[in-house]
Design a protein around this ligand. Structure first.
Ligand SMILES: Cc1cc2nc3c(=O)[nH]c(=O)nc-3n(C[C@H](O)[C@H](O)[C@H](O)COP(=O)(O)OP(=O)(O)OC[C@H]3O[C@@H](n4cnc5c(N)ncnc54)[C@H](O)[C@@H]3O)c2cc1C
Ligand code: SF4
Length: 489
């Protein structure tokens, strides 16, 4: 067969078609359409099959990207899927929401040589979506049932990746989560326009059908004790993510109309799932007809501004204290947001919150709803120890940005697990993240492992998946070692 690869010289980089801004802001569906088969094969064929694939090195899962690109280019999609799923538990999710520009695609050799990266994420998504359509994704059906059980606290991508691997090996797995649905931030955080909920639900269903037991609506530390879970299982994985929102000190920063990003996005996700959500129905967490200001420049802020647009806000402004080049959020998402009508107000920070005069209502008592944010203008000064220019206030340049809804998207910190769980022996770092071995993910407590954001701090789905898979492998090794000890006795 003639070599189909190295087409980057003659074929330009193309992403899947993006829906028009006007069309896509009417709903919460994903904004990119699926590659047509011919286009996926053509784009995969742009890969140069280089000797040292930096894409693979910079993918946290070390996906065998060049091989599945070649197989896709040759039309051997089932084999491409086999290779892709060998290293990634949820390739269709990573293909959709990994920040590829910072990971695989940003390090693609042909990108470095100026030809434009291979669209690795879109091809990964295409391969797995096709595999689901064709029934190539095997059900979870362990060949043997083992007697050992593992308890996993947290049904986000870290916990679920571990659950998948352990269950396929025949281990009895129970996943505990305080939410009423599995998925963690995949279900209640990341909006449908980046990742449609059906994609997550399909995996949750697959795990449940494969015998993973879900104990949902169960908060560890409140409804069940950590020690109780430890006593019940041979090993425990802590995969609880980070949920404590960073706050602002200014007066009125919690006035009616000022909300936390995670609350706003969770309510919006529940609505998308079709639930009855009182906070949305009352208008408290609905941006419809409102002037919205979002504070922050990360991916969470990007998700809030774009959600507000879809809810029918009259205007959406995003305040960020540095400039465009220095914002932490993905540039791709900033562009998407701008196309959808979001205005970025660079080099600005909140200096305070103005409220309307107090209104008396019989039902609620006194309320002083938000009137707007006092905005401080900033400039970039000297670089700090990390090399990043420090934002400095321009004195006397403050102004009031009127708003009906203000969303605080300032980042997340871990909850204080040792206190909440009455487990002072669970060691944490000075930032409150759980201390765990970077390879096995075992904590200082025998048989207790920790993965994902609760160890790394707010991070990425792909890293949580990697941690979950590695912890599962370490647990399987431990169970095997215990078995040989028993056999030897
Ligand atoms: C708005 C937003 C957008 C994001 N966008 C992206 C993106 O585009 N791409 C990307 O790669 N990453 C993104 N991230 C980051 C990504 O979602 C996280 O890094 C990832 O979900 C971490 O996985 P995890 O399994 O560690 O935790 P989580 O997904 O947070 O799951 C933790 C689970 O633990 C449960 N839990 C917590 N405490 C308890 C308890 N005491 N008892 C029982 N259950 C408990 C929670 O209910 C939750 O279901 C985004 C994050 C946010 C907030
Ligand atoms: S998992 Fe993420 S980083 Fe790895 S190949 Fe897929 S999209 Fe790229």
């Amino acid at each position: 067969m003639a070599n189909k690869m190295l087409r980057f010289v003659t074929v330009d980089r193309q992403t899947p078609e993006k829906r028009d801004a006007e069309d896509r802001t009417d709903d919460f569906g994903e904004i990119y359409r699926e590659f047509a088969t011919a286009r996926a094969e053509e784009q995969a064929a742009r890969c140069s099959q280089c000797g040292v694939p930096y894409c693979q090195t910079h993918c946290p899962l070390h996906n065998n990207i060049p091989d599945w690109l070649r197989l896709t280019a040759e039309g051997r999609l089932q084999e491409a899927y086999e290779i892709s799923q060998a290293t990634n538990t949820f390739p269709e999710i990573c293909g959709r929401i990994c920040p590829q520009d910072r990971l695989c695609e940003g390090n693609c050799v042909i990108e470095q040589s100026g030809h434009g990266t291979v669209t690795i994420g879109a091809v990964e998504k295409y391969i797995t979506d096709t595999a689901f359509e064709n029934g190539w994704v095997p059900a979870i059906a362990p060949r043997i049932e083992r007697s050992e059980s593992v308890g996993i606290i947290g049904a986000g991508p870290g916990g679920l990746a571990a659950a998948d691997m352990l269950r396929r090996a025949g281990v009895q797995v129970t996943v505990y989560d305080r939410y009423d649905r599995a998925g963690g931030l995949l279900s209640y955080g990341i909006p449908g326009f980046k990742l449609e909920k059906e994609i997550v639900t399909r995996r949750n269903d697959q795990l449940a059908e494969g015998g993973v037991a879900f104990e949902l609506g169960v908060e560890v530390g409140r409804d069940i004790g950590f020690e109780e879970i430890r006593a019940e299982h041979h090993a425990v994985i802590v995969a609880t993510g980070v949920y404590k929102s960073r706050e602002l000190d200014e007066a009125n920063s919690n006035a009616p109309g000022v909300v936390r990003a995670i609350d706003y996005l969770t309510v919006s996700s529940k609505k998308y799932f079709g639930d009855d959500v009182p906070e949305f129905e009352s208008g408290e967490m609905d941006a419809k007809g409102k002037r919205v200001v979002v504070i922050g420049g990360g991916d969470t802020a990007m998700d809030c501004v774009r959600t507000a647009i879809r809810q029918g806000a009259t205007s959406v402004k995003c305040l960020y204290r540095r400039d465009r080049a220095n914002m932490p959020g993905s540039q791709r998402e900033v562009q998407n947001a701008e196309e959808e009508g979001v205005e970025f107000v660079w080099l600005t920070a909140p200096g305070g919150f103005e409220v309307h005069p107090v209104v008396d209502t019989a039902e609620t008592g006194q309320v002083a709803p938000i009137k707007g944010v006092m905005v401080q203008k900033m400039r970039l000064g000297e670089a700090d120890a990390t090399g990043r220019q420090r934002p400095e206030i321009i004195e006397g340049a403050d102004y009031l940005e009127e708003a009906d809804l203000v969303i605080k998207a300032l980042g997340f910190e871990p909850e204080d697990l040792p206190t909440l769980w009455g487990a002072p022996e669970l060691e944490v770092t000075r930032w409150g993240t759980v201390k765990a071995d970077f390879r096995t993910h075992e904590t200082g407590l025998d048989g207790v492992y920790a993965v994902g954001d609760i160890v790394r701090g707010a991070s990425l789905v792909v890293w949580a998946i990697r941690d979950g898979r590695e912890a599962a492998e370490a647990i399987l090794d431990r169970l095997a070692a215990n078995q040989s000890t028993v056999a030897a006795e």
